[in-house]
Design a protein around this ligand. Structure first.
Ligand SMILES: [Zn+2]
Length: 403
């Protein structure tokens, strides 16, 4: 084992205890006080690097709730740190390292604290965000500590950006990505690997359509015929939308949630339905957008007393492997191989900010985070030995880019 590898190896228990502290602070995407707490924790955590830091206020966005009421939502800030070594110039490529600090576990989730366990001698930690994606934050931090210690820091040109809204589709960070993506040559994102250690290659695109159906309320006994039942109309639309499944191999459409009605003796005048879609390429994205527009048109029947609105859409474009990312995939493989890490690649149905950055023309590999499994459930766990291994891998990647 060389000096760098030994240094990472010996950091495992400290990395694990830092990760435990970070995961024990709730930062569900909709829990603003928690996001604020985690952001201040992170500002201290990254302060060791002594890099220049700044923060971005992010814009609000509007959502329609289950009662058809539109409200403005907000999240916390995006955090940024920059290092421009003395020997770099504006022509030196700048690397982006990024991941989100929100989780899917809100303040009312029973899953709030970490516990340790082991399986056949494999030390693991279960906890909210241990791999998605707070484990990635710890891996990134240690990769950078290693880089500042072992690499020629005069030659490094790196930015770190941590964001608060990835788990809800990055509605607030979207404009920040558009603004900063052109600054970078390549991005390393710290989503977890697949459970067997594979990196993710392609990712499906995803989005949510909200279908809002307005009918007409009426007394179910005295005035039934005067009513226009929004739930019934929405149900027919749901059947029409479901028929989009199976037309193109890569497209799935899931009627995930439907809300409407209150007292059973009233004909319901409103129904709000949410539809999650997945697509594998730009053609399929265009197709599903056109089909949803067609369905809105066909079922919007003011002459019969029904109004239908459709909003939302694809928020993460499909991420495909193209010529711009191929050299980075090859480089990742070569570096991983040189230190005995997995070099397998597999596609994933889930989207990440890697989809958005790729759509903005920034090539990226988005699974430099740790190994583990069962993310988005109360069994989410991380393999503790992967924390130093993955930090080592990232540090070697930086070495390959800048030395
Ligand atoms: Zn996630």
């Amino acid at each position: 084992m060389n000096e760098m590898q030994a240094w990472f190896h010996n950091s495992q228990s400290q990395m694990a205890s830092e990760l435990e502290s970070l995961c024990n602070i709730c930062s569900g995407s909709d829990h603003l006080p928690g996001l604020l707490n985690v952001a201040s924790w992170l500002k201290q955590y990254l302060a060791d690097l002594e890099w220049e830091s700044r923060e971005y206020n992010l814009p609000t966005w509007s959502v329609v709730d289950d009662s058809g009421v539109r409200t403005e939502q907000q999240t916390h800030k995006a955090l940024r740190w920059d290092w421009d070594g003395e020997q770099t110039t504006n022509a030196t490529p700048r690397m982006l390292m990024s991941i989100h600090y929100d989780t899917v576990y809100g303040v009312n989730s029973p899953f709030q604290k970490c516990t340790r366990f082991s399986v056949d001698g494999d030390e693991r930690m279960r906890g909210p965000g241990v791999i998605d994606a707070k484990g990635g934050i710890v891996v990134m931090k240690w990769a950078l500590l290693g880089a500042m210690k072992f690499l020629d820091k005069k030659r490094l040109r790196i930015s770190v950006i941590l964001t608060p809204d990835e788990e809800i589709g990055s509605p607030a960070t979207k404009s920040l990505w558009q603004a900063v993506a052109p600054e970078f040559s390549f991005a390393m994102l710290y989503e977890p690997t697949l459970p067997d250690g594979s990196f993710v290659s392609e990712r499906k695109g995803t989005g949510t359509f909200t279908v809002i159906v307005h009918g007409k309320a009426a007394h179910a006994g005295r005035n039934f015929d005067a009513g226009r039942n929004a739930i019934l109309h929405a149900s027919k639309i749901a059947v029409a939308i479901n028929e989009l499944n199976g037309v193109h191999k890569g497209v799935t459409v899931n009627i995930g949630r439907i809300r409407g009605g209150d007292a059973v003796n009233v004909v319901p005048d409103l129904c709000v339905m949410r539809v999650n879609v997945r697509v594998t390429n730009a053609m399929e994205q265009k197709w599903i957008e056109a089909e949803m527009a067609r369905i809105q048109k066909e079922w919007d029947k003011p002459e019969l007393g029904f109004r239908v609105e459709v909003e939302g859409g694809i928020f993460a474009q499909p991420k495909t492997i193209d010529d711009s990312v191929m050299p980075w995939i090859k480089r990742t493989e070569a570096v991983a191989k040189s230190i005995g890490e997995s070099v397998l690649w597999k596609p994933s149905g889930g989207a990440s900010d890697g989809n958005k950055l790729a759509a903005l023309g920034l090539p990226n590999v988005d699974t430099f985070g740790p190994e583990g499994d069962l993310l988005h459930s109360d069994q989410e766990w991380v393999r503790l030995s992967s924390l130093p291994r993955k930090a080592h891998l990232s540090c070697k990647m930086l070495q390959s880019m800048f030395e």
